[in-house]
Design a protein around this ligand. Structure first.
Ligand code: KIV
Length: 282
């Protein structure tokens, strides 16, 4: 299993890091079987699994519940769980307890939280308490109600400088890794060069230390159109709809179930008359 140290060693060796989101036992099991380096129980859970329109509806209870499922499915994979909406802005004691639940009850190995220098004191606090922290910069989906949409960040020089300064502040506070989302490639590269810890990009271009994608985006599974930065490696929607249609056709036409799907005939019970549908009557 990877650790913050082995992930840093990968960066030092110039080896790319592979992260994928997972939300339940089967997605985690398949990602582990495919050999990803680390899993993220992202609060994108709210959008791709639970049907909410943003991540702000995701609660700590939901994150604990789904993190437990992911850990059961992928017991050998380093797993990071998102600290959901608002918790990074609660009083430090409350935020510490929330992060602690993701570790103790959820079984996560680390937590991820959104925000820049303003959350650095919390990062310091969590790390001092023994909780590894991954930062999240660039596009911050938990702020969508204020920003009004999911837009590329860091397009001006001033914004780009702020993102790099935030990255330094988080790492200075003890973050073992950063996610950088939806920034120009040049900004992704500047962040990866500015800090000694692994920088995992999502829509941050080629020159970061690793990549993360959302499971459903990668697989074309139930999510409709994907952002520009997604590469689709499968089109599961078509496969799944086709399979369900075939099942429905088979049931309606009597092709399913066949004899092979039925349990073996029961020996005739002495004294019992053969009823409708019994083998004795067939
Ligand atoms: O919630 C999530 O899936 C994330 C990724 C987009 C990095 O934070």
């Amino acid at each position: 299993m990877q650790t913050p140290e082995t992930l840093k060693a990968k960066k030092d060796r110039g080896e790319k890091i592979v992260m994928l989101t997972a939300y339940d036992a089967p997605s985690a099991r398949l990602a582990e079987a495919a050999g990803v380096d680390l899993l993220l129980v992202g609060d994108s859970l709210g959008m791709v699994v639970l049907g909410f329109s943003s991540t702000v509806s995701v609660t700590l209870e939901m994150m604990v519940h789904h993190t437990q499922a992911v850990r059961r499915g992928a017991p050998e994979t380093f797993t990071v769980a998102d600290l959901p909406f608002l918790w990074a802005h609660e009083a430090p004691e409350a935020a510490l307890r929330a992060a602690g639940r993701l570790i103790q009850e959820g079984g996560a190995h680390a937590v991820k939280l959104e925000g820049g220098a303003e959350v650095a004191p919390l990062v310091r606090r969590l790390v001092a308490a023994g909780i590894p922290v991954m930062g999240h910069l660039g596009l911050l989906p938990q702020t969508v109600l204020v920003t009004g949409g999911y837009r590329v960040q860091g397009k001006s020089a001033a914004e780009a400088e702020r993102i790099v300064a935030d990255a330094r502040a988080l790492v200075e506070a003890g973050a073992f890794s950063l996610v950088v989302e939806a920034v120009p490639e040049s900004v992704g590269r500047s962040v990866a060069r500015a800090v000694p810890v692994p920088v995992i990009g999502i829509g941050a271009g080629r020159f970061v230390d690793g990549q993360v994608l959302v499971y459903h985006d990668l697989l074309g599974y139930g999510v409709g159109r994907a952002p520009r930065f997604v590469k689709r490696y499968a089109e599961l929607d078509a496969v799944i709809v086709g399979a369900i249609r075939a099942y429905a056709d088979d049931v309606r036409s009597g092709r399913f179930p066949e004899a092979a799907h039925a349990y073996l005939p029961v020996e005739a019970v002495p004294g019992e008359a053969a009823g409708p549908g019994s083998d004795a009557g067939a």
